[in-house]
Design a protein around this ligand. Sequence first.
Ligand code: ZN
Length: 318
Amino acid sequence: MLYKIEVIMEDNYHQLVELISEKSGVAKSEIERRIEAKQAKLAGLISKAGAAQIIAAELNINFDKQIIKISQIVPGMKKINLVGKIIDLFPIREYNKNGRSGRIASFVLADETSNTRVVLWDENHINLIDKGEVNSGDVIEILNGTLRNGEIHLASFSEIKISEKTINQVVVERPVIKKEIVAFNTNDNVMARAFILQMFEPRFFEICPECKRKINELKECNSHGKVIAERRALINFVIDDGSDSIRAVAFSEAIEKLMKKEELENPELFLLKKQELLGKEVLVSGQVRKNSMFNNNEFIVNDIKDVDISKLIEELER
Ligand SMILES: [Zn+2]
C-alpha cells in the first residue's frame, strides 16, 4: 500500500540546493532561479524538491551513486546511499499480515546532519543484526535505500555493510515527521493533522516536584520522602485523520494548549469545552509508544496546534 506522505523538509530543500551547487559548480542563487523557473513551467505540479531533482539531473548529477547526508534526503529520491552511525537498535519483530509473514528489523541511523529510522525487510540483512555482526554504535554504509513514509526502507536489492569511516558527532534529536496515522510506527516522532473524535474525562495525579515521579497516597516520594506534591492532569482522546485513528494521551502542558485550567478542573466547564473540541481539526505532535497492556500503539502528545488555514494554503501552493 502506498501512503501519501508529507515530510517537513524545507531545510532539506536548502541542503539539496547546496549539494547541487557543490557538485555542479553552479552558484546557489542560479540553481534556485532554475528551480523556480522549472516549477513555474510545470504550473506548480511539482514541489520545489521535485524541481530541484530535475535541475540536478539536467546538470548531470546522479544521486543514485552518491553518498548523501541524511538532511539532504528529499521525497522522490530513489536509491538513497548513506553512511551513518546506528544510535538506536530496536528488537527484531515478526509480522503476519494479509497472509504474508516474516521478520522486520529497524534502527535509527544518525550522521552529522540528522537521523532517520531505517527498516530492514530482507532476511540476509536482518541476520546481520540477529547474529550481532551489525550492532548499535556501528558506523555503516547503506546503498539503494528507498524513502517510504519518511523512513529509509531496505529491500533485497539494497546493501548494508560496516563502514571504515568514523563519525564523531551525530545528531541524536529526532526530527518530527508529518505522517498519516496509518503509517505510525512505535518510537516515531511524528506530527499528524487529524480530527478529535472522542475525549475522556481528565484524570489527576500527584508527582514529586524534584524528580517528577508519582508519589504514594501518603504524599511521599520513593527517593525524596515527604514533599509538597505537584498536581498534574492527563487526558485520553482519540484522533482520526481518515487513514486511521489512534488513542492519544496528553499531560498538563499539552492539555493547556487545548483548554484553560478552569475548564480542566471544573467538570461542567469541561463538558462544555469537550463539546466544542469534538470534531475539531488539529495538528498534533508527539511520540508513538507501545502500550504493553493493550499491545497497541498510543500517541504521547507534546504539542497541539490549531490548523492554521492560511499556513495550509501556503503549504499547498508550494
Ligand atoms: Zn522525588
